[in-house]
Design a binder for this molecule. Structure first.
Ligand SMILES: *Cc1c(COP(=O)(O)O)cnc(C)c1O
Length: 482
């Protein structure tokens, strides 16, 4: 028998033995032949997955983990290889089920687009288009002209321009109108929106200088008036979209600010944030000024997002007077911030739906989710509950609960939308483990944890997702503790 220094250390000798038993990459690849042949999986992916799993096995042995000899058989490793291949092949950007009750959820993709918009995007992407070609004259055209017409028609604005997102809209407007000059803003409106958008930071990037006026809770017209000087380039209003200052407060009305701007020859801009074309107060939500009302108030430039309350694709919409918007269009930054043809196709499609404002709460998913009566949400929750009790009763305690859904996306922060949820107390898993397992499903389910229960708010779940949701939950609930 070969003498080895390991002999004095049985653990180390076992380890050597195990390391030697790790199958060779080529053997594993041969064993996988049958499983991956014809699946279209690139050989490079299969090889990388095998290498990765074998490296982990080696690591585990070196770390002194217990290894059952059979665990090193190729047959025993095959499921791990296949799982890893599947993981590597799976798209990174994936569909999920949003059971958080937050309708415009920035982390979950904000607005869901209707079929008509997706069809328009499909066509724009899979065929050539007149993106920058004027079919009337046969000459080069502008990619914005089509949505510009629609935006003006719908809002009463003279001119319009669309850029990558609202942050870009604010940047390009400030850069065009106030670079090297001062911008007067109320202290109560210096907002930060999640994901590091802060008005003062964007302002700094644009080359404009911020002049704060008023106190956090109150700003008066005379505060703006006193701040105006030689260097002033713009009066800016920022919509308090994701917070509210309550109590002893006062902000200057658009009309007063516009009158002041006119007197002093200064443009007035409002960053509306969410920007909505329809009055949502009939759904019990607080009255927020619509884009049309803000335009009618005489503000020279208005900006808002395409994928918040408008319910469209990511975009930053700029409305304003012809003279100012023309200057913004000519800014070289415009080229860097421009939208692509998919956005344009989706946005045009969404804007067309607003020509029939009576039906937008049915045709545009974001608005439909806000407008859905709680009785309908309740029915959806009951459907899920019935199915879960049928297929997963012994793995979990299910019930219904009243919840509060949110508009989200920094819109209407303290607005409560009455909603209904299915609540879960799993029998075999901890709540945190359940939450984690649901994130790792083929179609991940994102809910929330509240009072030791897992909650699925049904306001943001579509009717045609209920079966998939129930089946996913049933599968996860049946899993044993790790
Ligand atoms: C959301 C928001 C922004 C940023 O808009 P994006 O489209 O996310 O770039 C800017 N200002 C306000 C007031 C907002 O609510």
């Amino acid at each position: 028998m070969q003498q080895s220094p390991d002999r004095v250390n049985p653990a180390a000798s076992d380890r050597q033995e195990h390391l030697r038993s790790i199958p060779k990459v080529d053997e594993c690849l041969a064993a996988l032949e049958g499983d991956v042949a014809g699946s279209g999986t690139p050989a490079s992916v299969v090889k990388a997955a095998v290498r990765e799993v074998l490296a982990e096995v080696r690591q585990a042995i070196l770390a002194g983990e217990q290894v059952v000899p059979d665990a090193l058989d190729i047959d025993a490793l095959l499921p791990r290889f296949l799982a890893r291949i599947h993981h590597r092949q799976r798209p990174r950007l994936r569909r999920i089920i949003n059971a958080t009750g937050v309708i415009i959820h920035t982390n979950l993709g904000r607005s869901v687009l209707p079929r008509s918009a997706m069809d328009a995007i499909f066509e724009a992407g899979s065929r050539y288009s007149n993106l920058e070609f004027d079919l009337e004259s046969g000459r080069r055209g502008s990619r914005y002209s089509l949505v510009e017409e629609l935006l003006c028609e719908l809002t009463g604005a003279q001119s319009a321009l669309v850029v990558n997102n609202n942050a870009a809209a604010v940047l390009i407007v400030l850069e065009t109108l106030a670079k090297g000059r001062e911008v007067v803003v109320s202290r109560g409106q210096l907002v930060e929106i999640g994901g590091s958008f802060r008005i003062p930071d964007v302002m700094a990037r644009s080359g404009a200088r911020l002049v704060e006026v008023g106190a956090t809770n109150r700003t008066h017209l005379r505060d703006y008036e006193n701040a105006i000087g030689e260097e002033t380039g713009l009066l800016l209003k920022v919509h308090c979209s994701n917070y509210r200052i309550i109590g002893f407060t006062s902000q200057v009305s658009n009309e007063d600010l516009v009158a002041l701007g006119r007197r002093r020859g200064l443009p007035v801009m409002e960053d509306l944030g969410s920007g909505c074309f329809v009055d949502l107060s009939r759904f019990g939500l607080m009255k927020e000024p619509t884009v049309q009302e803000v335009v009618a108030s005489g503000v020279d430039v208005v900006t808002f997002s395409g994928d918040k309350l408008l319910g469209g694709p990511q975009a930053g919409i700029i409305l304003g007077s012809r003279e100012l918007v023309d200057r913004i269009k000519k800014n070289p930054l415009n080229r860097a911030l421009r939208i692509d043809k998919f956005t344009l196709a989706g946005l045009e499609s969404i804007l067309r739906l607003y020509r029939d404002p009576e039906h937008v709460t049915e045709t545009i998913p974001t608005l439909a989710m806000i407008a859905t009566p709680v009785t309908v949400v309740d029915r959806r929750a009951r459907r899920l509950l019935r199915r879960l009790r049928r297929i997963a009763a012994d793995t979990c305690e299910f019930s219904l609960a009243d919840t509060v859904a949110r508009v989200g996306g920094g819109a209407m922060p303290e607005q409560n939308l009455p909603s209904r949820a299915v609540t879960m107390i799993p029998a075999r898993l901890s709540i945190n483990r359940l939450e984690e397992l649901l994130r790792h499903e083929e179609v991940p389910v994102i809910g929330r944890i509240e009072d030791e229960r897992f909650l699925l708010d049904m306001r943001t779940v579509a009717d045609d997702e209920v079966v998939l949701l129930a089946d996913t939950l049933a599968r996860v609930l049946a899993m044993e503790r790790p």
